[in-house]
Design a binder for this molecule. Structure first.
Ligand code: HAM
Length: 420
């Protein structure tokens, strides 16, 4: 029979214990990012993968690429138009409004799959994972510092090199309008040189023209008005203060051309990029979106958030070895011999900081030791027929150049394991 394949741009991830494998890096990255979120005292929110398509049309905007050409939407059996979520922010706000929690403050995090019908390439998938946070109910100021601090903590936690955080301010409603008017006026004489996509952007959301990939548009934009001359002094000093406070920890750069691909942003925006990623160089993005809640039928709720692209982020992580020691437990007895499994059970209950890998497969000592080395085990505990008969075990020191192995009593094994 023909094999059935996964869909284009949708990857399987499997933990084969090899720390160089991107799937293993992804799983470990997710665990550690979650730890940062909880250490900052954020609460988890989990929303459905499927939503009413209107949620994304209304939030991301009908000029956005996400809604125009990337959304996975279809009619269900009841002819209702539904969509696989392309991002997490709109769903989080929808949920908070629906629970009537839109008049209070929240610090939320989420981690889950998102879907965008993009042309797959390195770092760009049709199903990908985002780990994100949303800070709801706070005006501009403290949350901006908190969110950049969190981005720096995450970059530090994984010791990422060659990356920078770009920040910009899109202004309040008034200054944004003045800037957009100036941009439209500047681009008017060049209309014939703009492609169809940029013309649509110009009419629906002029700021998005700044994000054009078209070389000709880019050169036209070189002399365009800068948002720097339109934002309020308070916005400019926010950018400068953030840059000054965090530049010794992370590489924070003010970039007045930075705009985001979703329409809901207003005020402070940012993106983290890495020179190691190639064309898709942004591994994290976010910003303030004070008007989204009201636009989705809720109360006015000033908010800011960000999302990390987990696959891109994990590909930057060089070393995922954790501080937890790994020990391999190898039996060389008949599979039906129950004693070793009881010993392994007792060991696990004695020291929960140790990751104990009980190898379930048959096989030679050599192949089991190869596996123990591959999963970074520091020790192998070996029990064969002889050890079983004598009430002993062998401890093999896999990372020690001076010691090879020792035969110990089970009691000694227990105290050795407890002391690790
Ligand atoms: P975004 O910039 O569209 O923002 O996506 C955030 C991150 O998701 C990107 O920086 C990138 O790393 C990753 N990403 C996006 N598309 C793909 C793809 N096709 N394949 C792999 N990774 C991808 C948002 O989604 C906003 N909701 C962020 C936010 C939260 N703003 C406020 N709160």
């Amino acid at each position: 029979m023909d094999k059935i394949h996964s869909l284009t741009g949708m990857l399987d991830h499997y933990d084969d214990g090899d720390i160089e494998n991107i799937s293993v890096k992804i799983f470990e990255t997710e665990k550690r990012i979650k730890k940062v979120f909880t250490n900052y005292k954020y609460s988890e929110i989990r929303t459905p993968a499927l939503e009413d398509t209107n949620l994304f049309v209304r939030s991301a905007g009908d000029a956005s690429d996400i809604v125009n050409k990337e959304i996975y939407s279809f009619n269900d059996r009841n002819e209702k138009n539904i969509a696989l979520r392309p991002e997490g922010t709109a769903s989080a706000i929808r949920a908070i409004i629906e629970k009537k929690l839109d008049q209070t403050n929240h610090k939320l995090w989420y981690l889950g799959p998102m879907w965008r019908y993009e042309r797959p390439q390195k770092g760009r998938y049709r199903q990908f994972y985002q780990a994100g946070v949303e800070i709801l109910g706070y005006e501009e100021g403290a949350p901006e510092y908190e969110i950049i601090s969190m981005v720096c903590s995450i970059i530090e936690e994984f010791k990422l090199k060659n990356c920078s955080i770009k920040i910009n301010h899109l202004g309040d409603k008034e200054s944004k309008k003045l800037f957009c008017d100036a941009l439209i006026e500047y681009l008017e004489p060049f209309k014939d040189n703009l492609d169809e996509k940029d013309l649509t952007r110009l009419s629906k959301n002029p700021l998005r023209v700044l994000d054009s990939k078209n070389k000709e548009t880019q050169s036209i934009l070189e002399n365009a008005p800068s948002i720097r001359d339109f934002i309020k002094p308070s916005a400019l000093s926010l950018l400068e203060n953030i840059q000054n406070e965090y530049k010794d920890i992370c590489n924070v750069e003010i970039d007045f051309t930075l705009v985001r691909g979703l329409d809901y942003y207003s005020g402070f925006v940012f993106e983290a990029i890495s020179s190691e990623l190639g064309a898709q160089d942004s591994f994290l993005g976010g910003g303030r979106y004070d008007h989204l809640s009201a636009k989705l039928g809720g109360k006015s709720l000033p908010s800011i958030g960000m999302a990390i692209g987990v696959e891109r982020f994990a590909s930057l992580v060089k070393d995922i070895t954790t501080s937890n020691k790994v020990v391999s437990f190898l039996t060389l007895t008949s599979n039906l011999e129950s004693k070793p499994y009881k010993i392994a059970h007792q060991l696990r209950s004695m020291n929960s900081n140790i990751i104990l890998d009980l190898q379930l497969s048959d096989g030679s000592l050599k192949s089991k030791l190869r596996k123990a080395n591959k999963n970074n085990s520091e020790y192998a505990i070996i029990i064969g027929e002889e050890e079983l008969r004598d009430g002993t075990a062998v401890i093999k020191f896999l990372n020690d150049e001076l010691k090879d192995q020792e035969t110990v009593s089970i009691k000694e094994l227990f105290s050795f394991y407890t002391s690790l």
